[in-house]
Design a protein around this ligand. Sequence first.
Ligand code: TRP
Length: 447
Amino acid sequence: MKANKEQWSSKFGFIMAAAGSAIGLGNLWKFPYITGTSGGAVFVVIYIVFLLLLGIPILLSELAIGRYAGMNAIDSCARVHPKWGFAGAFGIIGAFGVMASYSVVGGWVIKYIINSFTDTGMGADYFTEYSAKSFEPILWMALFLIITCAIVTGGVANGIEKVSSVLLPILIVFLVGIMIYCLTLPNAIEGVKFFLIPDFSEITSVSDFMHILFNAMGQVFFSLSLGMGTLITYGSYLPKDNNLAASTVIIVTLDTIIAIISGLAILPAVFSFGFEPTEGFGLIFKTLPAVFSRMSGGTIIAAAFFILVLFAALTSSISLLEVIVSWVCSKTKLTRLKAAIAVTSVIFITSCFASLSVGAIPDIRIGSMSLFEFFSFFSDKIIMPLGGFFICILTGYVWGINNAAKEISNDGKLKFTMRRLFSFAIRYAAPLLIAVIFVSSIISIVQ
Ligand code: TRP
C-alpha cells in the first residue's frame, strides 16, 4: 500500500473539484423532479434535516478517512482497520448504477443543446416522444460516454477542474436569472408554495411518509456523492493543514444552494404552465423549453443553459468513471486507456437497456420499476446508504471519535467546535436513521 503523493494545488481547487463532483444532474435534474413526486415542501424540509444528520457528518468522515490514510478508498478504509477495506468498495458497483442513468440523461441534454440551436419546436409531448425512441437517444448517450471516457483517459481532468471553476459561477448566475424569470410567471406563486410551505396533511399513510424519507435519504447521498468512496479519494489528496470541517460546510452549502435555486426555478414554472409536479424524470425536459420559448432570445439562452448542464454533468461523470477505472488499473495489467474503454463499454451496454426501458421497450422492468428507474434505485437507495452506514460504523466505533477528531482538528491545531454533535450523528443518529429507513423501505417494496 502506497500513500498518494499527489495533492490539490490549492484549497480553492479542492473545493471546486469536490463541488464539481457533487453538483451535477442530481441538483439540476433530479432534485426538482424528486421534490415534485415526493410531496413538495415536506420533502424539502426532510431533505435539509437529513443533510445535517447524514450528509455533513458522513462527508466529513469520508474526507477525514481519506486524508488520514492518503490512499484510494478501499486501502484507506483498510488502513483504519485491516478488515474494513470493504467499506470503501461500494463505489465500484454503485458507480455502474449511477452511470447507467447519468449517461441516458446526459444524452438527452446533448440532444436538447442541438435542438436549441436548430430551434425545432419542443412542445410538452416532445420529450415523451423523443425519450421513447430506440436509436437516437442511444446515439447521444454514446457521445456523452465517449466524452467522459476521453476526459478520463486524456488526463484533461485537471483542465476540467479549471474550466469548471469558471463555469460553476456562470451556471449559478444563469440559474438565478432563470429562477427570477420563472418566479415572475403567472401563477408562479403556487409553485413557490408547493416548494416552501410544507403540508403534512397531504401525507395520508405511513407508507407515503416512508417513501418520502427513503427518497430524501437517497437524494442526500446522491447529491453529495456520498457512500461510494469518492470523497475518501478526494480527501486523500488534501494537505494536512486543510480545515476539513470548514471544507465540508462549504461543499454542502454550495450543493444545496444549487439544488434549491433549481427547484425554485422549475416548480413555479411547472405550476405556471399547468404541468404536473408529479411528472417524474422528464420534468425539466418538459418545463424548461416552455420557459425558454417565452423569453426573447430564448433559443440562445436555452442552448447556453443546456451546455452548462452538460458541463455540470461531465464534472460528475468523470469522477464516477474514474472510480471504476482506477480500481481496474490497480487490479489488472490493463493500461489506463484500455481499462477506460473496457469499463465504458460495459456501462454503454447497461445504459442501452436503461435507455430502451424508458419507452421503446417498456417491458424491460424489474418489479414495478423500469430498468432506468431500477438502476437509480439500486445505486442511490441500496449501495450508497449501505456504504454510508459502514462509514458511520467505521468512523464512530472502529476508528473511534477520538482518532477521527484528531484528524479533523489537524492534531488539535484547530478547534473542532461541533465535536459532540458530530459524535452523536455519526455514532447514533445517522446509522440508526439509515438502518430504519432502509429496512422498512425494503420490507414495503418486497411486500
Ligand atoms: N453528486 C452527483 C450529482 O448530484 C452525482 C455523483 C457524482 C455521484 N459522483 C458521485 C454520486 C459519486 C455518488 C457518488 O449529480
